[in-house]
Design a protein around this ligand. Structure first.
Ligand code: ZN
Length: 341
């Protein structure tokens, strides 16, 4: 069986029909469709999902530098994504939602109080978002997630190994109805705009460091494009910044194994870059993780300029702060009132 050409694959992914299912496809295409290609398409409700089996990994945290155990467990419909700290007595569920974000300075941190917190969730959240996993309980044995290689590739691999199952209850995307914009320093902004289906994203960054400079990247999100174009793109840091962090006891686990380190024009990692524009691709990956905290798939176009975790979170807060900005996709004005009540 021949594999799909890129043109055939894009023709399916860009089809206007809602909820393209493998059983509706010509046999040659259906047989060669990558597993799970039948979800995340269209704009209507789809069955909720969770991982098919628990799966674990161990890796060092970027800031603490100690080994962190992480287990992703199946969860029931409407549970959502939630973390629990296995190292704390009487641990509470920490919902992976925008309104539980408590810090965005170095990474996206969710928490329910000053102790029950988990940092650096964004690369796992990006993989969960791209893989269409709506529900999971994530056990973590410390205050931050394993850094792994600084990208989403290993989380994406874990989710593929775990597999995905559909649950009996459907969930509709949150449809953005009008432009929502937040702005930060130096011209930075993040916007959500209405879109006919799915989540498409574009990002531009502009760094003084010659190794990074100005880069732009755009992508209509689906599992395959995420895996092929973004998942392996690593976080990055200026050499001076990581040295400053380490002087105050942070980034103890930071190394050339879990981040790109830039010094002026030079990339210090011996293996160089995975893509010439790996930096902006990683910023787009971060945005996919941060927008995964919406609590439902987004039907929207995201546009970011120098946008990071702080603006991405402010954007979701601005979206949900005004009921006129969004609706549950597929609902009418009448049912919208009922949902809002
Ligand atoms: Zn990141």
């Amino acid at each position: 069986m021949d594999s799909l050409t890129d043109i055939e694959r894009d023709a399916i992914l860009l089809d206007d029909s809602d909820n393209v299912l493998t059983e509706n496809l010509p046999p040659r295409l259906a047989a060669s469709m990558p597993q799970g290609m039948d979800i995340r398409l269209g704009s209507g409700p789809r069955q909720q999902t969770t991982v098919a089996a628990p799966i674990s990994c161990v890796g060092r945290g970027l800031h603490t530098g100690v080994p962190i155990h992480l287990t992703i467990r199946p969860a029931s419909a409407d549970h959502g994504i939630a973390f629990i700290r296995t190292d704390l007595p009487e641990a509470s569920l920490i919902p992976a939602r925008y309104d539980h974000v408590v810090d965005t300075r170095l990474s996206t941190v969710v928490g329910v109080d000053s102790r029950q917190r988990v940092a650096t969730i964004e690369h796992l959240m990006a993989a969960l978002n791209a893989n269409g996993i709506d529900n999971a309980l994530i056990e973590v044995s410390g205050p931050e997630l394993p850094a792994l290689d600084g990208s989403s590739a290993e989380y994406d691999f874990l989710l593929q190994c775990a597999g995905r199952v559909s649950l009996a209850i459907a969930k509709a995307p949150v449809e953005v109805l009008r432009r929502v914009r937040v702005e930060g320093a130096d011209g930075a902004f993040a916007e959500l705009r209405p879109a006919r289906r799915g989540l498409s994203l574009s990002m531009t960054i502009d760094f003084p460091s010659a190794a990074i400079g100005r880069q732009s990247f755009a992508l209509a999100l689906n599992e395959i494009r995420f895996r092929d174009q973004l998942a392996a793109c690593r976080t990055f840091v200026e050499r001076a910044d990581i040295e400053a962090l380490q002087r105050v006891g942070l980034a103890r686990g930071g190394s050339l194994n879990n981040a790109i380190v830039v010094d002026g024009e030079a990339v210090l990692n011996p293996g160089g870059l995975r893509h010439h524009d790996e930096f902006v691709r990683h910023k787009l990956l971060d945005a996919i993780g941060d927008l995964g905290l919406a609590g439902a798939p987004l039907q929207a176009e995201f546009v970011g300029y120098k946008s990071g975790h702080g603006l991405n979170n402010q954007l979701l807060r601005a979206l949900f702060a005004d009921r006129a900005n969004w609706r549950v996709a597929g609902t009418t004005a009448t049912s919208r009132v009922r949902v809002a009540a």
